[in-house]
Design a binder for this molecule. Structure first.
Ligand SMILES: *Cc1c(COP(=O)(O)O)cnc(C)c1O
Length: 374
C-alpha cells in the first residue's frame, strides 16, 4: 500500500495551467475583501469556508459535470445511502502561499492515490489522479484570495466522495458526489509547537484486522469520537489507540500517526500493519529523518516498552503528526495504570521547521514535493 502511494506520488504531474480547464467555473456571490481579510487574520481550523467548491457527479459510468460552483448547502435525498451505511471517503491537504505571492500545494498525487485506495476498500468509484489534481488546482485558483500568507498558515482543502443514491437496500450505491471544500487555517500552534496530553485507550479501538483502519473514511473517525470525548473530560487532548488484535502495541491517534524518538538518536513509528493510515506527513518525516542520516524504523512498538523507556530515559520524545497539525509533541502519556511525562528534546521542533519550511518555500524542496498552483 505504502509502495503504491510512493510510486504514484513520484510520477510527474501535468502543469496546473493544463489541468485548470477540466473544471467549469460557475461564478457566484463572493465575500467582500474585508470579510476575507478578517477571516484570514485568525481563521482557527475548519470554521470558515471559501467562496467556491469543486464538484463532480458519478451516475454509473463516469464522473460528470466537473465544475467549480459557489460554496453552499447541497440537496440530498433522505434515503441517500451515505446517511444510512456510511459509504464515504475523504482526504486532507493544504495550499500554501510562498513569500513571492505564488501558491503551492504539497504532494497532491499522494492524496489522489490514497483517495483511490480508500475508494477501492469502500466500493466507491475511483477518480483519475489527474482529475483529483485538477479539482485542487481549480478550487484553489477560484479561492486564491483566501490563501493566507503568515508562516504556517494555509488554505486547508477537504476532498470527499459519498454515496448519494436514494436506496435502502444494502449494496454499493450507483450514484456518488465528489466535492472539494476549502477553509483558511491558522498555524495549528502559534509559535512553534505545543505539547499535547495523550490518553492511551485500552477499551476501544478505532480499527481492527480486516477493517478500514488503513483508509480514510468517516466511519473510523466516528469510532474514535466517544473515546476522545471521555478522555477530553479527563483532561487529555488526544487518544492513542492500541492494535485491536493484541491490545498491546501502538497503532495511532484518531487522526494522526505517532513517532517515538529514542535517546540514542534512532526513531520509530508503528509499521503499516493494515490498521494504520499511511499518512503523507508520516511518509515525509521518515524521508526527512533518513536524509539526515537518522535511523528511522517502521516496526512494532509495544506500549510497555515505551512506558519502560520513558521511565529509564531511553525514550526522549514522542510526537503525533498529520497534515492539519503537522507535528504535535506528546508531553504526557497516561492510562488507568500509568502516567508518564516525556522529557522532550529538539527533534520534534526541527522536523516541524524543516517540513513547514519546505511547504512554505523557505527551505529547499530537495524531494520535489511542492506543486505550483498559481
Ligand atoms: C489523515 C489521517 C492521518 C494523517 O495523514 P496525513 O496524510 O499525514 O494528513 C493519520 N491518521 C488517520 C487516521 C488519518 O485519517
Amino acid at each position: 500500500m505504502q509502495e503504491e502511494l510512493e510510486n504514484i506520488s513520484a510520477r510527474p504531474i501535468a502543469s496546473a495551467d493544463s489541468l485548470a480547464q477540466k473544471f467549469m467555473f460557475v461564478q457566484g456571490q463572493e465575500a467582500s475583501d474585508d470579510v476575507v481579510r478578517e477571516l484570514k487574520a485568525n481563521p482557527g481550523f475548519g470554521n470558515a469556508f471559501a467562496d467556491y467548491m469543486a464538484r463532480a457527479t458519478w451516475t454509473g459510468q463516469q464522473w460528470e459535470n466537473p465544475s467549480v460552483v459557489p460554496y453552499g448547502p447541497i440537496s440530498l435525498d433522505p434515503a441517500g445511502s451515505v446517511l444510512h451505511y456510511g459509504q464515504e471517503i475523504f482526504e486532507g491537504l493544504k495550499a500554501y502561499r510562498h513569500e513571492d505571492g505564488s501558491v503551492w500545494t504539497f504532494r497532491p498525487t499522494y492524496n489522489a492515490a490514497r483517495l483511490n485506495m480508500s475508494a477501492r476498500r469502500l466500493a466507491i468509484p475511483e477518480l483519475p489522479v489527474e482529475d483529483f489534481v485538477a479539482s485542487i488546482v481549480s478550487v484553489v485558483r477560484a479561492n486564491e484570495r483566501w490563501v493566507p500568507s503568515e508562516m504556517g498558515t494555509s488554505l486547508y482543502l477537504r476532498p470527499f466522495t459519498f454515496a448519494s443514491e436514494a436506496f435502502l437496500g444494502v449494496r454499493a450505491a450507483t450514484k456518488y458526489e465528489y466535492m472539494v471544500v476549502a477553509s483558511p487555517a491558522s498555524a495549528y500552534f502559534g509559535d512553534g509547537v505545543k505539547a499535547i496530553d495523550v490518553w492511551v485507550d485500552r477499551t476501544y479501538h478505532r480499527a481492527g484486522p480486516g477493517g478500514m483502519g488503513n483508509v480514510k473514511t468517516g466511519g473510523n473517525y466516528a469510532a474514535s469520537l466517544l473515546p476522545k470525548l471521555v478522555s477530553h473530560d479527563a483532561g487529555f487532548d488526544e487518544v492513542l489507540f492500541l492494535d485491536a488484535a493484541t491490545n498491546t502495541n501502538l497503532d495511532e491517534l484518531g487522526g494522526m500517526n505517532v513517532f517515538v524518538v529514542y535517546a540514542d538518536g534512532h526513531v520509530e513509528t508503528p509499521a503499516l500493519s493494515g490498521n494504520i493510515l499511511p499518512g503523507a506527513t508520516r511518509s515525509s518525516i521518515l524521508q526527512l529523518l533518513r536524509a539526515r542520516g537518522v535511523d528511522a524504523r517502521e516496526t512494532t512498538i509495544s506500549l510497555q516498552s515505551v512506558i519502560d523507556g520513558v521511565k529509564s530515559g531511553d525514550v526522549a520524545e514522542m510526537f503525533a503528526c498529520g497534515t492539519a497539525a503537522v507535528v504535535a509533541p506528546i508531553g504526557r502519556l497516561a492510562s488507568d495504570d500509568f502516567d508518564v511525562r516525556l522529557p522532550g528534546g529538539d527533534v520534534v521542533q526541527s522536523v516541524y521547521e524543516e517540513l513547514v519550511g519546505i511547504q512554505m518555500g523557505r527551505v529547499e524542496d530537495r524531494f520535489g514535493w511542492c506543486y505550483r498552483i498559481c
